[in-house]
Design a protein around this ligand. Structure first.
Ligand SMILES: *Cc1c(COP(=O)(O)O)cnc(C)c1O
Length: 452
């Protein structure tokens, strides 16, 4: 029986696929928090690579991938294989067919190099000497550190304090690639110092680390900032995943009925799903789209679709997205990559339009799913990926109840070999589940500016 599809070097996609081409009404633009007017692309130049800003607003359907980027993709293992989870199917006794796209098989261990490599390349072309960024769990920091080493750019990473302590090996990985890593909140920035004054043991948050990285960027010459999710150009770079998966599903002679993934900022899910959503919008696919978030950070399931700051320190533009509020205190769940308060604007729009449905699970539920996956398919997934796996398993169990032979495709966004602490806690029975009351979220949303 066929269980694996690999593509040849020649089949590596030559273009990124741009969903904005299919959305004629466009995604609501980022706003200047003071004037409440759309930010001009020029204003973003202080932070991002020019090419990334052009991509951010482009409605061109395909944007070509530079040869140097394709070479780096090949070097880190693209095209990635797609597997059928026959052992998991047997274990579940489901008639459903489950497929997963392996984005864990590169040196950084997650899908994040897909955009890190592209961004580092554009920065090198444009003469950037140093990049700043934030990292939660450390996967984004590792990916950008790898890419910065490839393209010879210095990198400063603000790593949320809780992860800095919990995940020393992620920090060391970044340092091996040459990055400078600070625990956030740090004493390197005004924002960081202000949080440290209030609480010297502040655990940090992705929102605070973003504020620090942005402040470091705008206060230093020849320094730019790089974001690992949420923005249009980041999601665009991830579409190599879905384009490859489309070819691979053809090799298996199937089309997905469900496309599933976990959502932090939304980039890995967009990467897999947007090429399929494009087909659906053109009337060429009947697939359903299911995105999974943690119950502890329920942006789409309990939050609101409205303009909010991208960071806790209120330094970024206002972005229209599903959010639990930029001051929401994200509980310390192990899926650090899913602790961001908002979701990507394009994905938020698709959720609002009903094209993508969302579900939420607790961390114990998803870790159980991850352990079942490890025992059957042999791979230890990251806690983030376990959300996608739980979503896929639940759909497969529904198929069993209805005796339906549906095809489920999910994104295996990363491995968990540097997240074994999560498994240690799970096996010891000491994992806590967090689920905010609606009143907590209303309170966090009360500090979000009202924009009509
Ligand atoms: C960062 C990360 C995520 C969440 O980020 P998205 O932008 O939503 O993809 C999910 N899985 C893994 C393994 C990650 O590293």
């Amino acid at each position: 029986m066929r269980i694996k599809s690999t593509l040849s070097q020649e089949q590596l996609p030559k273009n990124y696929y741009n969903i904005l081409h299919e959305l004629p009404e466009g995604v609501p633009p980022p706003l200047d928090p003071k004037t409440r007017k759309p930010i001009s692309p020029e204003a973003l130049l202080r932070l991002f690579a020019k090419e990334c800003i052009m991509q951010e607003v482009s409605t061109q359907q395909y944007i070509s991938i530079p040869e140097e980027v394709r070479e780096a993709y090949l070097r880190v293992g693209r095209p990635t294989p797609l597997y059928r989870a026959t052992r998991l199917e047997k274990k579940l006794k489901t008639p459903a067919k489950i497929f997963y796209k392996r984005e864990d098989l590169n040196p950084a261990g997650s899908h994040k190099p897909n955009t890190a490599i592209a961004q580092a390349y554009y920065h090198q072309k444009e003469g950037t000497e140093r990049l700043t960024t934030e990292t939660g769990a450390g996967q984004w920091g590792s990916a950008l550190a790898l890419a910065a080493a490839f393209f010879d750019i210095a990198l400063t990473v603000y790593m949320t304090r809780s992860s800095y302590i919990q995940k020393p090996y992620r920090r060391i990985l970044m340092e091996v690639y040459g990055a400078k890593v600070f625990s956030s909140p740090s004493d390197k920035t005004n924002v960081g110092r202000s949080f440290l004054e209030k609480d010297p043991d502040h655990p940090g948050s992705l929102g605070i680390a973003i504020s620090e990285a942005v402040e470091d960027c705008v206060t230093h010459d020849n320094t730019k900032y790089s974001l690992g999710s949420v923005l249009n150009h980041v999601l665009l770079h991830q579409t190599v995943v879905g384009q490859e998966a489309k070819e691979q599903m053809k090799e298996f002679d199937v089309e997905p009925d469900y496309v599933v993934g976990c959502i932090g900022g939304g980039s890995n899910y967009a990467g897999l799903s947007y090429p399929f959503i494009g087909d659906k919008l053109r009337g060429k696919s009947e697939a359903k789209f299911v995105a999974v978030e943690p119950k502890a950070v329920p942006s789409t399931t309990k939050g609101e679709y409205r303009y909010d700051f991208g960071d806790t320190g209120e330094m970024t533009p206002l972005v229209k997205m599903y959010t639990v509020g930029h001051r929401y205190q994200c509980p310390p769940i192990h899926a650090g990559g899913l602790r961001y308060h908002g979701k990507a604007p394009s994905l938020s729009l698709l959720v609002d339009k009903g094209l993508v449905t969302t579900v939420a699970y607790t961390q114990n539920e998803v870790m159980d799913a991850g352990i079942t996956f490890a025992k059957t398919e042999g791979i230890v997934p990251s806690p983030e990926t376990n959300h996608a796996i739980k979503g896929a398993i639940d759909l497969a169990l529904q198929c069993k109840q209805r005796n339906e032979e549906k095809v489920i495709l999910f994104n295996f966004s990363g491995h968990g070999l540097l997240d074994l602490k999560a498994y240690e806690d799970k096996l010891a029975g000491s994992l806590e589940d967090y689920e905010p009351e609606l009143s907590t979220i209303r309170q966090a949303l009360a500090s979000v500016p009202l924009v009509q």
